[in-house]
Design a protein around this ligand. Sequence first.
Ligand code: SF4
Length: 682
Amino acid sequence: MTTSATLEEKPSVCPLDCPDTCSLSVLTDGNNILEVRGSKANPYTAGAICKKVSSYYPDFIHGERRLTTPLLRTGPRGSLKYSPISWEEALDRVHDGLTQAIENHGPESVLPFNYAGPHGQLAGGSMDFRFFHKLGATQLDRGPLCGAVRGAAYTSLFGNAPGMEPEQAEKSDLLVIASNNVTVSNLHLARSIKAAKKNGAKLIVIDPKRIKIAEQADLYIQIKPGTDIVFFQALAAELEKRNTIDKEFVERWVFGYEAYMNAAREYSLQDAANICQVPLEQIEDFLNHYTKAENVAMSVGNGAERGRNGGSSIRAAMALQVLSGNMGRPGAGIIAKQGLAFPSTSDKLRRPDLAPESTRMLNIVDVAKHILDDSLAPPIKAVFIYNHNPVCTHPDQNRMRRALSREDIFIVGCDIEMNDSMAYADVILPASSHFEFPDIYAAYGQAHLQRAEPVIPTVGSSLPNTEIFRRLAEKFGMDDPTFKADDYQLMDDAYDPQAPQMKGIRPSSISLEHSLPMTAENDQELIMCKTVFPDTTTGKIELFSADLEERFGYGLPRYQVVPQSYPLTLISPSSSKRTNATFGGNRESMGSEVLEINPADANQRKIKEGDKVRIWNDQGEVYLIASITDKVKPAIIYSPKGTWLGSSGTNQTVNALINADLRADIMGGACYNDTFVDIETI
Ligand code: SF4
């Protein structure tokens, strides 16, 4: 029995795939997580956290789905029939399964299948990468699932130089928030917006769905998904016509101006109104706000990248900030890629040099297709799923399930709790949660480096990822010190202790009570073209990218019309109940998910509020509950992502409807928003 004398508040950090990376304060009785709250160790997140983390984490750690012992499959794949086994036996079986694949088909027949479950540097990718690199396993290009398109769009303009910190938005007099549902996916930016508005700033929200933050907007623009490129290029051309391009800034800092403007001049404001399905008066209103403001902050979220025009749309949005000279001052800039402020030494941490030269690299979005492809040379014969729930997060869910159902491949699963993907594994390794081991945390939505120690002992016989891969490395005879490095050595390999941002502090010694802010030289805040500078080949902000031209034929952003196979477009952004598929097994997520539909589309199909509806296309069908609302425009429907199979009566989720073979214009990105469906009552 717990007594108050044994209770203790301990510092930690949220590891979820979210830009905010909040500092946490955890109430524990020594063995159990009792409460999770925000802490002030990170001054940016400053005590506020999202409801899902405070509500669901204790159950995630100690609930009935928690994996506490290694398991061996005893029934058909997906049947959830497993028997407990010892770690020794589990690691032997993993060794034997991977070895058999390697002996018969070579090391590239082994595929590590991981994504961004935990964002700590150690759990997210350290000893595991060393192990798979040394093994010579196939490498995985993970960014195309999410983030790579937006990241490459940004770096094509600015190189590896960090964007504006979200805190600076408080100094702006206009905020433009595009495709970023901040109240769900970027909570603390919502707080900065509120503070800016209190100071008199205006807010413009551009999003296909009338999201919560739009209620506070001075102007809300309900844009057709995937057309942002046209909207922003037409605006660029109009700025030129109105003589409001910042010529001095362009002269000093911009490469590719004429090429970019030639492309932008193709679109008039009327074209933008027609293609983006936005009233012309709203576009004029945008221009009035935009040209009047002195310091505009812009945030373009990941929503914009999830379609064939993804890279082009994000580049065009960011280009508007450049052309208008919204750089070089606090409060003027693009809120993006703060992760570039950290002195990461990921090659030292992950050791890609251990991999044989020319080891193949596969796009993560293609994994199911490759597993099913017998002509792939070598074929994939062993899959190691960890830090990832591919069944619930990848496009074309049914193909993924067919791939993971193959009885002739060996599947290892490693996770904190049982989920829809683990159910396909031959051997399951129970992973410890981030509350049970030390780790170090950068962020992709703010610039504070944080460290955490365990706050409870490991649950059951679970082990941290680092220890699992240390033990596996030993099984495979990898006896180099590289594979014996402890967690603190790994932290010191993750960041350059000599970098000025570290202020003489070793990564493994960062205070648990205070985050370490990543600042520019002389401790200045990060301001593009003032304290940080474009890190491109030309040393300027590149509106024409030679690199993207060479790799993808997209030196300039370009609009392409997306052919539509069914009458309705389904968008599936984040839910406030889940982070991707994490927490998808909670009771709150296991009922039928909502499907928002415009009254015009609902009336046409005789759909009433609360009706159970069937959404289908050639790939699958899902049951959802209709919510009739003008938050979505006609022909657009919305249902949040990350649900688990059991949430829909068809044992499929919206991911079953998403085409896995479509690619964004750059980086081979997945096209979640180019999903076309029809709907009926059942
Ligand atoms: S999911 Fe995001 S907002 Fe919620 S606690 Fe974690 S970092 Fe903070």
